[in-house]
Every structure is written in C-alpha cells, then in structure tokens.
Design a protein around this ligand. Sequence first.
Ligand code: ZN
Length: 222
Amino acid sequence: MPADGKLKGKREVFTMANEENQTQAAPQTPQTPPLGICERCKNPIYRKEDLVIHHYNLRSSRQYYHCAQCEAKMKEENARQAAATAAKRRMWSYILGGLGAAVVLAIMIATGIFKTPSLIAVGVVTPILTFTLISCLLLSNNFVGDLIVGIASRSIRMPGVIFGLSLDGIVWFLTVKLGLLVLSILISIALLLLAVAVGLVVSVFVYPFALVKSIKHPDDDN
Ligand SMILES: [Zn+2]
C-alpha cells in the first residue's frame, strides 16, 4: 500500500512536469535535453527556474542539482531539524541553568551572605548570572563561549633562565624553574577565574538576544 501510494505520487509528479514542460516548450523543439537531473528525486529538470545548483563543498567546482520542489522540501526539513535542535538546547539551558543557579544560591546561603546587608545584592545577582552564563553556553548561538575560551587560553611567556654550570647554578636554575612553573599555574587559574567572571557579566546582556535568536532563527549558529 505505501509503495503503491509512492509510485502514484511519483507518476503524478512526472505527468505534472511533462504537462508544464509541454506548455512551456511548445513553441520550441519538444526534445530539449534536460538541464540536469535532480539528486534527490532523480527526475530530469528542464526549466532554468527549476534548477538549483549546489556544490559538493566550498572548494570543489563539482556540482549537483536539485529540482525546485526537492530544494523547497530540503529547506523545510533543515529548518524543522534546526528548530528541534534549538528547542532541545533551550530545554537543557532551562534545566541546567536553573540547577546551576540553585547550587550557587545554596552556596550563597551557606556562606551567610544574606546576613550581611551590603552583600545581599551579590547573593541575588550571582545565581542569576550563573543561569544566564550556563544558558548562553548551552544555546551556543552566541559569542560567550568563545570569549571565555579566548581569555582562559591566553598564555603568558615565562622569561628564560640564565644559569652557570656550577652546582649552585643548577640548584638555582631548578628553583627558579619550579617557581616559574607554580607562577604560571597560578596565572592560568587566575585567567580562568577572570574568564568565568567576564563570562558571567557579559552573559546577562547576551542571554535575552540568544534566547530570542534561538526561537526565531534556530538555524543561525553564530
Ligand atoms: Zn527533485
């Protein structure tokens, strides 16, 4: 039964295409060769406005064709898929963002921050920022993730160590080397904390746009 329906559908497409073709190409020679074969439905494409040219990849000049119907169908499928992916990301952003905010709020309460009037604002704002940061990262349609990675992965060049070839010189070299290693680890941690802090602050401004974009333009990744 399904195979029958499919066949029938295909035959209808064929007859429709032929009719259209005849009315279009009636004054010309009827046996014009097709401009291309549709990659999806394998039907020949005769009219220029029905021919959609694709390249296999950006660098390749090799082409394939879609008929207008298949192109529209493919775009619709892609849009549906993008919308589904974006909806899933939003769901996780609500769940994990909310969870993260709850954990931070619990920590804030545990540290007694709400007992100090001047710090109450910090206690309220930090969980909110946690929610927006986690959400921005999970929606992944904004620059917040790249910003954090960019700051955290900034490397600091340690100075070279000059030393004499005596025992004292080698001990001094190892001591300074070790010191520089500890220093660079501390700097890395500080950079990571700075990156997260910047991410927290920036995310609260980016989040509303990221959320709207996720709903209205789910196929836009950047
Ligand atoms: Zn087609």
